[in-house]
Design a protein around this ligand. Structure first.
Ligand SMILES: *Cc1c(COP(=O)(O)O)cnc(C)c1O
Length: 222
């Protein structure tokens, strides 16, 4: 399917999820995850009106970034190795995978501007997933005060690949509740207004539970 048609379907689903949860579709940012697709397909994506592009690996990110540059906003959604920070940090608009102090420290050292970051949380507890344990998030944020280039705009999680909607919902709900706890702290460097959660399989549920940023690959760009 062409990206424009896929986008129409995604928008319809977002509209339904927003109705169900009394939210405004304008508060949802769709990030097209282009990690499986070519430059041509990414061009089609931008032509379809999507300007937020997500990549999870350094090579794919840089290939797309160098081609499209300021035609898109650049989200890095995968694990970022500390030693690669210097090569990529000034190309990243939003980092979705801040999960350790060594990474924050290196970003603070190398970035020439403040970086918008989501703190990644491993809500499901799967061993294969990156991210902090929920109970580690508040102490972690406390430590980030020392790194002025880090601006925490929100929390991010990846749900497991399961069909159990009740389980998925409870994972997203837990991240939303954690955000409330963070916001109560009123850290100037961590307003934490956003929730990056929801992928092709589960974005409707994520939106019903408060997602502001959904990261969609398969069902949008293929
Ligand atoms: C690949 C990926 C996505 C998109 O996954 P789809 O199931 O293809 O929509 C979202 N977030 C992250 C972190 C990813 O690596």
């Amino acid at each position: 399917m062409d990206v424009a048609s896929n986008l129409q379907t995604v928008k319809q689903n977002i509209s339904v999820a927003c109705k169900n949860s009394n939210r405004n579709p304008q508060d949802i940012t769709v990030i097209a995850v282009t990690k499986y697709v070519t430059i041509e397909r990414t061009e089609e994506t931008i032509q379809a009106g999507i300007t937020d592009i997500g990549e999870n690996r350094l090579e794919g990110f840089q290939e797309k970034y160098h081609h499209f540059k300021d035609r898109a906003k650049w989200h890095f959604i995968g694990t970022l190795q500390t030693r690669k920070v210097k090569d990529i940090i000034d190309q990243i608009d939003v980092l979705h995978s801040l999960d350790r102090l060594s990474l924050a420290k290196e970003i603070n050292k190398r970035a020439s501007k403040q970086i918008e970051c989501f703190v990644q949380v491993n809500v499901s507890g799967e061993a294969s997933k990156h991210g902090l344990k929920p109970e580690e998030v508040l102490p972690f944020l406390e430590e980030l005060k020392a790194y002025p280039k880090i601006h925490v705009v929100g929390l991010m999680t990846m749900a497991p690949h399961i069909d159990d909607k009740t389980k998925l919902r409870s994972i997203f709900r837990e991240l939303a509740q954690l955000r409330v706890q963070v916001q109560r702290k009123q850290y100037a460097y961590a307003p934490c207004n956003f929730l990056s959660m929801g992928m092709s399989n589960d974005y409707s549920i994520a939106i019903e539970e408060g997602a502001t940023h959904v990261r969609i690959g398969t069902n949008l760009v293929g």
